[in-house]
Design a protein around this ligand. Structure first.
Ligand SMILES: [Zn+2]
Length: 128
């Protein structure tokens, strides 16, 4: 189950801050709305390989460890998000960001349609 990825947006100046902050680093206000940041372009990809292929858990079972592919995604809204991507993703690919719990994952391709009624898309988009 995943939902579109949103980032905090300052209600005073429109600055997008990710990761979330208590006070806006631009204007100092402390009230935040949300802005949709669910599409972007992969800038960098890195692969984290486990030292051992298998790891024994404290209760005796063995856990197969797989490599994790991470990417820095520059969202169309502005902020740069580091998230997991599917193996085979390359720099320059367009992805759709989805929130899964408290983390972000990037799905290949752009499949989410824009929501014209969303007030979160209004206002200036600034980098992080
Ligand atoms: Zn602000």
């Amino acid at each position: 189950m995943s939902t579109p990825f949103v980032v905090p947006r300052c209600t005073n100046c429109g600055h997008l801050a990710y990761p979330p902050r208590i006070l806006c680093p631009v204007c100092g206000h402390g009230t935040w709305g949300r802005a949709l940041a669910d599409t972007g372009v992969v800038e960098e990809v890195t692969v984290r390989r486990p030292v051992f292929k298998r790891r024994q858990l404290p209760w005796g079972n063995w856990l197969d460890q797989e490599e994790t592919v991470l990417a820095a995604v520059r969202t169309d809204a502005g902020p740069r998000i580091v998230c997991r991507v599917a193996p085979g993703t390359r720099a320059g690919d367009r992805v759709t960001l989805a929130a899964r719990g408290s983390t972000a994952i990037a799905l290949p391709g752009q499949v989410v349609e824009a929501e014209p009624q969303s007030p979160s898309n209004a206002g200036p988009a600034q980098g992080s």
